[in-house]
Write a protein that binds this ligand. Structure first.
Ligand code: SAM
Length: 503
């Protein structure tokens, strides 16, 4: 659980587009939980041996709707209004970006506060359970907010019309778009070149670990409250998919996380610098527009300063090439096993919480000081062993001075080291992009084809954007190295003429 909760610290978490929503609801049986209103049980089986099968082929969830439909939008809007949502300057519509979104129905000024979703319409760790016994048990076990809200959502969803959140849950996507819904084979095939593949595997393992932990520690001991037909790997994949793509961190409420119906219909734009938060004066969740909107225009917020890979990971979409100023790519660097000082360097790295292989983010605008420090360490000769500790600390951002460390005598080698690593990453992307043209010819069913074409397109978009950053870094590094070599040549020529002069 501790391992799982590490990843659940992300803010608003997202998902993707059409062709993933290919599933029909699974067959249902009606059962009764002791003292509960009618509960609908999903017949998906997730005994531990079935978990692996379920991970390979996600099963349908019996609630929610298709994200590309406005099926439940009108009842959501009506229920929100009846439940205290004040009149809005936006309507829920079909949109070009994000499938459904909020569209201005009035002129909206720049700097205007909008939304005002009251706390009674917000789902948080403190929300009242329709089935209070289940909530009390989780609280007794001190379940952290993320898994608690995930379980709450499943519990409320399974109660269908008996839950007060029924209109909200019916309007949630039946299959949220996120890498949680990619199979291992799809991740390996489409994201081979990108480090996002590792992040997705880690996240899937965390979700699986969290579910297994809850099942073993709590659900199995209270089968009446948490029947496996309802609380299983498949329903947890769904609820975590919803949380990754919709949960909001509210800085004014000490960073507490919450699902905010209505606000979570806002799509992301990389151009926008405005975030959701709780407003103490109006006592509601709001955001302040950073631009004016005219009636008919889609209104956007920012899901945070995330790279394209992070947006794909949580929200299942990749912004158009070149439109995300926060875009970055993880560059993997490693110590060479053949390095005479491999062990000493590794020790220094370990002391600072790093390992022999580390990833650092490259942006179009440059790279972090930590990356340069790691490169110095990787190329430094045995004679500089006294500096290994300082370099490792700077690479881990634990350096006490926090100042840029510089070793002019190692600079050229360090740049060459970064360049070599960039070029090796570039070639992985090139290989994938070239191969992507001929992929997927082995598909028999049209449904499968839609899904594969869609996932492949996302992967191609991500790889193009990540490779573009690497190309930029390659260009800068080559120029730097050329200038350094020219400088060295000049110095050498100068030295030559000075020696000649003294002859
Ligand atoms: C918080 S929800 C926003 C509402 C969502 N469009 C819906 O219909 O439920 C986040 C999801 O919206 C979609 N989305 C948001 N911003 C997007 C964008 N700029 N491009 C494509 N899809 C986007 C993604 O599917 C994402 O997982």
């Amino acid at each position: 659980m501790a391992e799982a909760s590490r990843i659940f610290q992300t803010t608003l978490m997202p998902s993707l587009s059409q062709s993933l929503s290919l599933r029909k609801p699974c067959s249902l049986t009606i059962a009764q939980r002791k003292t509960s209103p009618t509960i609908i049980r999903c017949t998906i089986s997730t005994s531990s041996s079935d978990t692996a099968k379920a991970a390979a082929a996600p099963q349908p969830i019996p609630w929610g709707c298709e994200i590309d439909s406005l099926e439940n939008a009108a009842s959501l809007q009506k229920w929100l209004t009846d439940s205290g949502l004040p009149p809005q300057k936006m309507d829920l519509r079909k949109v070009d970006v994000g499938e459904r979104g909020l569209v201005a129905n009035n002129n909206i000024r720049k700097g205007e506060k909008i939304l005002f979703v009251p706390p009674s319409l917000v789902i948080s760790a403190n929300s009242e359970w329709s089935f209070p016994e289940a909530g009390e048990v989780l609280k007794r076990y001190d379940v952290p907010d993320w898994p608690l809200i995930a379980t709450y959502l499943i519990s409320e969803a399974s109660l269908m019309k008996s839950s007060r959140w029924s209109n909200y849950i019916s309007a949630l996507p039946r299959q949220p778009y996120s890498l949680l819904y990619w199979t291992r084979a799809e991740l390996d095939r489409y994201l081979e070149a990108s480090q996002i593949r590792e992040r997705a595997i880690e996240r899937i393992n965390n979700v699986t670990g969290t579910y297994n932990d809850l099942r073993d520690r709590i659900f199995s001991k209270h089968p009446n409250l948490f029947p496996e037909e309802v609380f299983n790997m498949e329903t947890f994949r769904w609820s975590f998919g919803i949380l990754f793509s919709r949960l909001v961190r509210l800085p004014s409420l000490d960073g507490r996380v919450a699902l905010v119906p209505w606000a979570d219909m806002l799509n992301h734009s990389c151009d926008v610098e405005t975030f959701l938060d709780y407003d103490k004066s109006s006592k509601g969740v709001v955001f302040t527009t950073d631009r004016p909107y005219q009636p008919g225009e889609q209104v956007f917020i920012s899901y945070g300063r995330k790279s394209n890979g992070e947006l794909l990971l949580s929200y299942g979409f990749v912004p158009r090439q070149g439109t995300n100023p926060r875009d970055s790519v993880e560059l993997p660097l490693s110590l060479k096993k053949s390095d005479k000082c491999y062990q000493e360097k590794l020790e220094a790295l370990k002391k600072n919480g790093l390992s022999a292989s580390q990833c650092f983010p490259l942006q179009v605008t440059g790279w972090p000081l930590e990356l340069m420090a790691y490169a110095y360490l990787a190329v430094s000769p045995p004679s500089m062993s006294g500096k290994f500790e300082e370099m490792a600390a700077a690479a881990s951002n634990k350096s006490t001075t926090n100042k840029e460390i510089r070793y002019p005598e190692l600079e050229e080698q360090a740049f060459q080291f970064i360049l070599d690593n960039c070029e090796s990453s570039i070639s992985k992307y090139t290989k994938f992009l070239q191969a992507s043209g001929s992929m997927d010819l082995d598909i028999t069913s049209p449904k499968q084809l839609n899904r594969k074409v869609f996932l492949k397109q996302l992967a191609v978009d991500l790889c193009n954007s990540e490779q573009r950053i690497l190309f930029r870094a390659q260009y800068i590094l080559r120029r730097k190295l050329r200038d350094m070599k020219k400088g060295e040549l000049k110095a050498l020529n100068l030295f030559d003429s000075v020696t000649k002069f003294f002859k």
